[in-house]
Structure formats: structure tokens, C-alpha cells
Design a protein around this ligand. Structure first.
Ligand code: CA
Ligand code: CA
Ligand code: CA
Length: 435
């Protein structure tokens, strides 16, 4: 057992000889044999696993590969020595750093060979800095530098793992090796076979097109594929769902109001190392949705002439859809109206507003003509608040004439009340404008 003690007390920089490596193996096996013979021995530290996971890097980059130990048992660990075997034509070991469990230990020692490197970590002399039973975590970080051959790979095999326990025996245990592969990335993903189904949709926010694309990468599991659909009123980065190993898919609609035409939607495919290919596009044609139109004229009740500059609003379930002004001759027009039921509302200063319901049909032009009454023109002679209008208001106010809604100038729901009469009088002498 003295051999193990010596070797795990090795001073920094001391190199091991081949004969000692053999002794380590014997040291690990011998206590097990003794144990199986029923002779009690002091346990040596072991763990469930020791080694590395797969890693990857872009050519010429540095990658930290942790060397992890799993579920330590059999005694605390004061010294760790292991070999790491790799292909030095693919990666090189630039440095080794302390791991999570060895943060206070002496600086790691590394000796590089043709086959790889031997790494040594020894505690700083403080026994409470030993790796405790039950520990999980890294004992070292291998700083591998990826070579310049895209797509190449190297093994990362650990071997000759020595885990030294404490006083008085300083026994050496070992652990099952966990090996990994280091992959030097081949570059950005390849994007091909992009398609949309259907190839054209209407700009109605409802019709959808499925977009499929084939994306291949040497780190295929981790590729993120997105498409920019801002031109259609969507997201800058709509994520495609992975359907199979290489097939990615999503759907899109085109928002109402999207201009008809052929659109090029950029596809971005990014691998786990951040290499992006955004050279390909989905081609999607946007068509105008089926629509109808609406025209008409807004005229005066008094003489049938057109009212210029009247506001005509088109609303649907209370929301404004579109708004136009009438021409000099009182006509107006709405085009590209989605089929459905609407209200047309016309208004202008000095006129009572008016509205009517209309149904717009696909490829048809509905006509809505409306008349507007002048405010205060009760006798309908195209003059506001003239003597005749005032006489009518007065007659209505004393019950000699039945008033209609046009007599309610103050809009309090009562026609030809004292307030309405007062307004008409004031308007008649120019003190007030009936707007
Ligand atoms: Ca890649
Ligand atoms: Ca009048
Ligand atoms: Ca009134």
C-alpha cells in the first residue's frame, strides 16, 4: 500500500513512470480481492463515474470540457490523477483549470504526450478541502483548442484514474471511465427544399400557408430555424417546429391590408455553436382577398343637390372600417371592402347626420344614397332659421303643429320645447349658428 501513498503525494511537476502506473492498477484491485476474501480493509475512495461528456467547438475556438466525478464514496479524495487521450491532429490541450470541487487545490499539473496528456490535481494541504463523500461535480476543466479541420472529431478517453483517500492509509481507488467525443463543427446548417403550401394565400388574416424546409447540420439536434414574416404582419422570428430529423415546419397568414405580390421570407437556421445560414427564402404570393365595393351620393333634402365635403364613415359592429369625403357633386366610393354587413354614416356641419345599413357582396358594388336635412330648415327651402322655420317652431311649441325629430335643436329628446324655440329665435337673428 506504500506505493499509493507515495504517488498521491507526488510533488507538482513530478512525472510518473510506467512501472508505477502498473502498481496503481494493482493497488486498486488488491483491496477488492482482500474484501472478497472476507478480510476487513479500509475502504478507498471510488465514484460511480469519472470522465467527460461530448463537446463541440467551431474551428480555432477554445472549449472548456469539464471532467466530472459522480457520487463519491468510500472516503474523501485528496488527489486525482488521470490520463486523457485525444487526437492531437484535431484538438490540442491549451490548459487545465481547477474544477468546482477542486477550487482551492494546487494548480493542476499537466504533462503532454503524443497520445494525450496526464493531469494531476492535489489538495492544498487543508484536509477540509478534500472532495467529500456524495460529491458530484467537476474536478478539472480541460481547455481544448479546436483545430482548423471543420467536421473532424477526436475521442476524449480518460484512463488510469486514481482517486487518493486520506490518512492514515492514503489508499487509491478508481472509477468507471466516461468517455466523450470532441467535434469540430463543419459550419452553418444547410437549408434546402423550402416550399409553401399553398403557394398563394389571401391577405385576410385567416388563410394559412404551411412552410416546410429541410435543414441539415452536423449538430442537427440543436438547430433553431426561424422565418421572418414581418412583411405579412407577423413576427421577425417565427420559430419552425422540428417535424423529423431534418424537416422543419410552420404556418403563416397574411394580415388584412398586406399588399398583393410575391414575398421573400428569409429563413435563418442556426446551429448550437451559433453558425447561421440565412441565405434562403420562402416564396409566398399574397393575393387581395375577395371584396366588394360601395358607392353613393349624399344630397340635400331641400333641393336634391350633392353635398361636397361630407364625411362618410363605414362601420362594422361599431368599429370604423374606412372613411371618405364626398366629392364636389356629393358622390363617394369605398373599394376593396370585405364582404359583410356595414353601416354607412354621413355627416356635415349644419346638417343632421344620417345612417343606413348595407350588405357588401363579393365582386358587387352596393349603392347607398342618402339625404341630409339642414338643421333648422323646417320648411325645407335650403335656408336655415328663416322666418318660416321660426313660425313652424313656434306653432309646434304651442301644439298647433306636430313636431318631428328635426324640431329638437337642443337634442334633449323633446321636440319643440322652450329651449328649441329659443335656439331657433337666436339663429333667426344671427346670434347663433345651427351647426
Ligand atoms: Ca454546424
Ligand atoms: Ca328654411
Ligand atoms: Ca328639445
Amino acid at each position: 500500500m506504500g506505493v499509493e501513498k507515495q504517488d498521491c503525494r507526488c510533488t507538482n511537476g513530478e512525472k510518473m513512470r510506467k512501472g508505477r502506473a502498473v502498481a496503481y492498477v494493482m493497488g486498486a484491485v488488491l483491496p477488492l480481492l482482500i474484501s472478497s476474501m472476507g478480510i476487513p480493509v479500509v475502504a478507498q475512495p471510488i465514484s460511480e463515474a469519472f470522465g467527460v461528456n461530448d463537446a463541440a467547438g467551431n474551428p480555432g475556438t477554445l472549449v472548456n470540457v469539464p471532467v466530472d466525478i459522480t457520487n463519491v464514496s468510500g472516503g474523501t479524495i485528496l488527489c486525482v490523477i488521470f490520463d486523457i487521450n485525444y487526437d492531437s491532429s484535431v484538438i490540442s490541450l491549451s490548459a487545465v483549470q481547477r474544477g468546482e470541487l477542486t477550487g482551492t487545490w494546487d494548480s493542476p499539473e499537466v504533462n503532454t504526450f503524443l497520445w494525450g496528456a496526464r493531469v494531476l490535481l492535489v489538495y492544498d494541504g487543508a484536509v477540509d478541502h478534500a472532495i467529500a463523500n456524495g460529491s458530484n461535480g467537476s474536478v478539472a476543466l480541460l481547455n481544448f483548442s479546436a483545430g482548423w479541420s471543420p467536421g473532424s472529431s477526436s475521442v476524449m478517453n480518460v484512463s488510469t484514474i486514481q482517486l487518493a483517500g486520506g490518512a492514515p492509509e492514503y489508499l487509491v481507488g478508481t472509477a468507471p471511465e466516461r468517455n466523450g467525443v470532441f467535434h469540430v463543427d463543419a459550419g452553418a446548417p444547410e437549408v434546402s427544399d423550402q416550399s409553401t403550401d399553398p403557394e398563394a394565400i389571401q391577405a385576410d388574416g385567416v388563410q394559412g400557408a404551411r412552410m416546410n424546409v429541410t435543414v441539415v447540420d452536423d449538430t442537427a439536434d440543436e438547430v433553431e430555424v426561424i422565418v421572418n414574416v414581418t412583411q405579412l404582419g407577423g413576427s421577425t422570428a417565427k420559430k419552425l417546429e422540428k417535424i423529423s430529423d431534418t424537416l422543419y415546419s410552420t404556418t403563416t397568414t397574411a394580415a388584412p391590408g398586406t399588399s398583393p405580390g410575391l414575398y421573400f421570407l428569409t429563413i435563418s437556421a442556426t446551429d448550437a455553436l451559433g453558425n447561421t445560414n440565412n441565405t434562403e427564402v420562402f416564396r409566398l404570393t399574397i393575393e387581395a382577398p375577395p371584396a366588394g365595393s360601395l358607392t353613393g351620393a349624399i344630397t340635400r333634402t331641400c333641393n336634391g343637390t350633392g353635398i361636397a365635403g361630407a364625411t362618410v364613415n363605414l362601420t362594422q359592429t361599431g368599429s370604423l372600417v374606412d372613411s371618405v369625403m364626398t366629392q364636389a357633386n356629393g358622390t363617394y366610393a369605398f373599394s376593396q371592402i370585405t364582404p359583410g354587413g356595414y353601416y354607412v354614416n354621413a355627416s356635415k356641419l349644419r346638417f343632421w347626420k344620417n345612417s343606413t345599413a348595407v350588405t357588401v357582396m363579393i365582386d358587387e358594388t352596393a349603392t347607398v344614397n342618402m339625404v341630409l336635412w339642414m338643421k333648422g330648415d323646417l320648411n325645407n327651402n335650403c335656408l336655415q332659421a328663416d322666418a318660416g322655420d321660426l313660425a313652424m317652431m313656434k306653432a309646434a311649441s304651442v301644439g298647433q303643429l306636430t313636431p318631428d325629430w328635426r324640431y329638437d335643436l337642443n337634442q334633449n329628446g323633446i321636440s319643440a320645447d322652450a329651449g328649441d324655440l329659443a335656439m331657433m329665435k337666436a339663429a333667426s337673428v344671427g346670434e347663433l349658428e345651427l351647426l
